[in-house]
Ligand binder design. Structure first.
Ligand code: NDP
Length: 280
C-alpha cells in the first residue's frame, strides 16, 4: 500500500510553477497577478487567504487582497470585481467564500471573466469542463487528478465512484474522471446500496464531510482511495475515510491531513499561471 503524499507533490508543483512564472516575467516584463477578494471577517477565510498569499509569494506570483467590510452592498462588491476584471495586471480573480449572507454570491462570481476564473466555480467554466473544452476546473478535483497522474494510477477504462455531488467538488470530480475515460458513478445522500457500488470502484473518491464514512467493507482490495473530506474531531483534522482499516485493503490512499488538502492551493497557483500564459 502506498500513502499518497500530497504535501510533497504540491511542493514539486510549486517548484515547477516558479519556473513558469519566472519565464513569463522575463518574457513580458511583468509579474503574474492574482487578486483575492475578501469580504467580511470569517476567521477561517482569514487563514485561507493568508495561505494563498504566502503560496503566491513562494512561486513569484504577485497577489493583492481586496478587502471589503461585511456590510458592503451588492453594488460595491460587484463593482470591485468589475474593476479587477478590466485590470490588465490581474490574470486571476478569486472571491473567497463564504460571502456574508445578504450578498448574492452567484451574481458576484458572474462578474469574473471566464478567463480569470481561476477557482473554476463559474457556471461557464463548469459547463466547459462537462463539455471537455478549454477552461478552468475547480482546484480540489483538479488536484486529485494530478495526484492520480503523478502516482501512475491508471484512470482510462477504470471504474470510478465519487461520493458527493457538490458543484465545487463532486460534479467537477466526476467530469474530470469521465474526461480521462473512466467509467464514473456519482453517489449522494439518496443513493441506495452505497456500499455495493463503492466496492466496484477501482478509484473511490469521498467528498462527503463525515468522519469515518468510508469503511473497509466499502472498499475493493487494491483500490485507490482518495479522501477529500476535511472534518474536525475534538480539534483534530480528519477525513471521511477510516484510514487505518482502509489502508489494509487499498493499493493507494490519501491521508488527511497531507493528501488532497495541499493540492488545492497548488492547483489555484497552476490555474493562475495558465491564465496568465493564455492571456498573451
Ligand atoms: P457538500 O456538503 O456541498 O457536499 C457533500 C456531499 O456529500 C453532498 O453531495 C451530499 O449528498 C453527500 N452526502 C452527504 N451525506 C451522504 C450520505 N449519507 N451518503 C452519500 N452521500 C452523502 O460538501 P463539499 O462538496 O463542499 O465538500 C465535501 C467535503 O470535502 C467536506 O468535508 C469539505 O470540507 C471537503 N473539502 C475539502 C477541500 C480540500 O481542499 N481538501 C476543498 C473543498 C471541500 P446530497 O447532494 O444528496 O446532499
Amino acid at each position: 500500500m502506498t500513502v499518497i503524499d500530497g504535501k510533497q507533490v504540491a511542493a514539486q508543483i510549486r517548484a515547477e510553477l516558479k519556473e513558469r512564472a519566472a519565464a513569463f516575467e522575463a518574457k513580458y516584463a511583468k509579474k503574474i497577478g492574482l487578486a483575492v477578494v475578501h469580504i467580511g471577517d470569517d476567521p477561517a477565510s482569514e487563514v485561507y487567504v493568508r495561505n494563498k498569499v504566502k503560496a503566491c509569494a513562494e512561486v513569484g506570483i504577485s497577489s493583492s487582497v481586496c478587502r471589503l467590510s461585511s456590510g458592503v452592498s451588492q453594488r460595491e462588491a460587484e463593482s470591485l470585481v468589475e474593476g479587477l476584471a478590466a485590470d490588465g495586471d490581474v490574470h486571476g480573480i478569486l472571491v473567497q467564500l463564504p460571502l456574508p449572507a445578504h450578498l448574492d454570491e452567484r451574481a458576484i462570481l458572474a462578474k469574473i471573466p471566464v478567463k480569470k476564473d481561476v477557482d473554476g466555480f463559474s457556471a461557464e467554466n463548469l459547463g466547459r469542463l462537462v463539455r471537455n473544452e478549454e477552461g478552468f476546473a475547480a482546484c480540489t478535483p483538479l488536484g486529485v487528478m494530478e495526484l492520480l497522474s503523478r502516482y501512475g494510477v491508471p484512470v482510462c477504462g477504470k471504474r470510478a465512484v465519487v461520493i458527493g455531488r457538490s458543484n465545487i467538488v463532486g460534479k467537477p470530480m466526476a467530469a474530470l474522471l469521465l474526461n480521462a475515460d473512466a467509467t464514473v458513478t456519482v453517489c449522494h445522500s439518496r443513493t441506495q446500496n452505497l456500499g455495493e457500488i463503492c466496492r466496484e470502484a477501482d478509484i473511490l473518491v469521498s467528498a462527503v464531510g463525515r468522519t469515518g464514512f468510508v469503511t473497509a467493507d466499502m472498499v475493493k482490495e487494491g483500490a485507490t482511495v482518495i479522501d477529500v473530506g476535511i472534518n474536525r474531531e475534538n480539534g483534530k483534522l480528519c477525513g471521511d475515510v477510516d484510514f487505518a482499516a482502509v489502508s489494509e485493503k487499498a493499493a493507494f490512499i490519501t491521508p488527511v491531513p497531507g493528501g488532497v488538502g495541499p493540492m488545492t492551493v497548488a492547483m489555484l497557483l497552476k490555474n493562475t499561471v495558465t491564465a496568465a500564459e493564455r492571456s498573451v
